[in-house]
Design a protein around this ligand. Sequence first.
Ligand code: GLA
Length: 731
Amino acid sequence: MRKELLLCTIMLLSMLQVKATEKETIRISTNETDLILKVAPNGRLYQSYLGKRLMNDIDLKHLPYYINAGSDGSNSPRGWEVYPGSGAEDYFEPALAITHNDGNMTTILSYVSSETQKVDNNVTETKIYLKDKVYPVDVTVHYVTYANENVIKTWTTLKHKEKRPVTLWRYASNMLYFENKRYFLTEFSGDWAKEVNMNTQELLFGKKVLDTKLGSRAAMHTYPFFEVGLDKVPSENEGNVLMGTLGWTGNFQFTFEVDNAGNLRVISGINPYASAYELKPDEVFTTPEFIFTLSDSGTGKASRHIHDWARGYQIKDGKGDRLTLLNNWEATYFDFDEQKLEELMKEAKSLGVDMFLLDDGWFANKYPRSSDNAGLGDWEVNKNKLPNGIPHLVRSAKEAGVKFGIWIEPEMVNPKSELFEKHPEWAIHLPNRETYYFRNQLVLDLSNPKVQDYVFGVVDKIMTENPDLAYFKWDCNSPITNVYSPYLNEKQNQLYINHVRGVYNVFKRVKDKYPDLPMMLCSGGGARCDYEALKYFTEFWCSDNTDPIQRLYIQWGYSHFFPPKSMCAHVTSWNKNTSIKFRTDVAMMCKMGFDISLKEMNENELGYCQSAVANYNRLKTVILDGDFFRLVSPYESNHTAVMHVGKDKKKAILYAYDILPLYGEKIIPVRLQGLDPKKIYKIEEINLMPGETSRLSSNGQTYTGDYLMKIGLNAFTTTGISSRIIEITQQ
Ligand code: GLA
């Protein structure tokens, strides 16, 4: 009897054990990836597995709590803690660091519970609750998975109930661990007009940090996204690769740390530089979203997944149409009047684009905006240039048969402005040092709610006066300089974070009130290109550099993380050594626009542009919503090629560019991707100059998708800088 009771108890206990183990395994998965977290006997939460999705649930029980973390000289096991605090047994960079009210700087989080909720068939949200057993600190780690797009979005919320504010020193969005032989980081760095140069380096022991301290934007010198090749250098079509990006329009930080055991830790979040955050009791600190995907076949597939996710879930009106446009910036700079603009509107119509976009220089009277050193902040129309106001221009555009859009830069102020005279305390600048100006301007202090109201008011006033206005280009040309907020007084350590939150408050108010208004995000070129800002914007300006050759590299770089429909590319007169056709063919792969006076063109060139716009409109769904393939890299060749394939594989567009062709060089056919191998496709070169016939031997021929993908098309030439756009149609 006693024996039976014992047996029963053992059985019950082991059942409970199984139950407990099951409960303590948290599976976060997409169709292709598993992130498996386990609660160890010490009550803490560890990353147990991150990689290709496991086929059989029964295998989960074999996964360890503690991964090979190397020796630390003690007998206690160490592992990969999901959200490690400072002061525990791990000697590497923590995700979280807090100074508690009693001065203690350690935080060790234990697992409390978790919840998983299916939002729909594709999206699942998991919340994991953690707490410190010694201090009243609660942490929630959030994961949202997108099954088909193989994307995981994760962020963390922090809260406490200590008596006084605690100081947060580190507050990462997320930490991931990898156990591979070698790691190769591809980073995207550059400068104004030299955006997103791609470089790859091996990560060896120690830390590599990518971060910025620009305050009002994420990027300029390095961009808020990266790729890590696991075992091999990241490449387009093969190999395991992690691609990650942070949604934060301010200082960000990625830390890649290879530890004593040769494992890689990737920590993503706000850059804590000069931002020790005072968190009040019960205040919730929400980190930005970190978005990542793992690919088992290179960056190409990962990019297509991110594009699908971005269009489906993140970018404002991600699934909607986009407007082609004619912008006056490079055609006129600050030198325009009503008549010039009205002529350009007519030119926009004759080109066939949807909209005319009025750029910088239309506002301010006391200190007219006739150069970039005055007027920012005074958003009344300049009466000399435009005596009849914006409503008149909106009407003129309507008469010309195009929509009307306008440029603003409402977060900034020139010291030579009425706004600065009235509210010097609204500008971020130091009371006790010489002021440093970036592009002759200062950043308004968006940590101040009154300034938020003012910035929202700029948009709201223009929209109220011009309900037919169809588009905003929202610029942000200066990083935060002279880092001091008159509003925050002695709490300067809150400035970087509260400023960005203030920017989001304004963006949100604009989107709530004008949900259907398309908006371009611009920041002295492409310095604002992150997935939090893009919740409020339909597209972004990639670079002020519109030299088509350099644009090929810039667009190649951005396309790793952003769908072409979100990337504005305009035809301008940069690099006149290239033809109008070449410049247009480069813009055509993204969200196309023109920023040039048609007077610069001869009849042939104009005819060509008109037919290119007509082709663009005809093929828009493939370009904007199809799959994007990077076929030949400009980094690896003196030619480059990319391709859009419609989701139904019925239509594709191949773009081939000769950047630096050499006499007598061997030309390799371009192997296409994404077609149906069994179907027949017709090849047709489009975007030809008027009267020109295609010199492609394949023009007008039909091939199977299999042939085109295995053997390819001779799309490159050795005849100078030139381009071809080829329409591929399933028969
Ligand atoms: C920035 C933008 C440009 C243009 C100018 C206007 O440089 O990137 O496209 O709008 O501002 O001042």
